[in-house]
Design a protein around this ligand. Sequence first.
Ligand code: SF4
Length: 248
Amino acid sequence: MSLQNLPEAAAALDAALAGADLTERLRLVAAFGGRAVFTTSLGIEDQVITAAIGLAGLPIEVSTLETGRLFKETVDLISETEERFGIAIKRFHPEQDDIDAYAAKYGLNGFYESVEARHACCHVRKLVPLAKALSGATLWVTGLRRGQSGNRATTPFAEYDAERNLIKVNPLADWSIEAINAYVEAESVPTNPLHGRGYPSIGCEPCTRAIKPGEPERAGRWWWENDEKRECGLHVPEATVSSIPTPA
Ligand code: SF4
């Protein structure tokens, strides 16, 4: 596929991925050309992708955003995963100056006070490090699944990300949570122990709670906000996450 026209290449890749299994999807990504970066949050879907990359020895970089507010269980899982699959996971951290500026303007935990303050924190701790992780990448692999929320119900296998000028690939787009669990079992994939305590979706510790039976998978993320489409800005254009201010 040509790297000259990324939107066209994304559409062709989307069609090619549809009929392939997970390992084959990742092989197509690795063979596409250019640098491929997978960003993992260490959630169960991402652990499946990391396992598939590691087990097949594919040349796809694995990176994570160490926000500084992660659960200890999540941080511990990074090293455990590296050992299990013999891979190196690159850690990307926020800038201390940005954190200091945020704290001076909103307070360290100011994200509880307003959506604006929450988006500003996600910008500093996630979006800025993400931009570094994806710098120079042609493909960005994610663990998005259509079944995770209504907001993700139409997730394609591959699409052109105009904001970042790369192709975003979602090789688990059509996977069910049952299929995810079966893969984890079959391949002895290490997972976050918090999943067993009512946390299907795990983000930063102060912004994630356990869900109750029957609640949507992502109901425990930023639970104090009312917007059903709440996201941190990683997977929606920044311009649509209201206005994301830079702390001054
Ligand atoms: S999830 Fe919470 S703590 Fe983490 S970056 Fe976003 S607002 Fe900040």
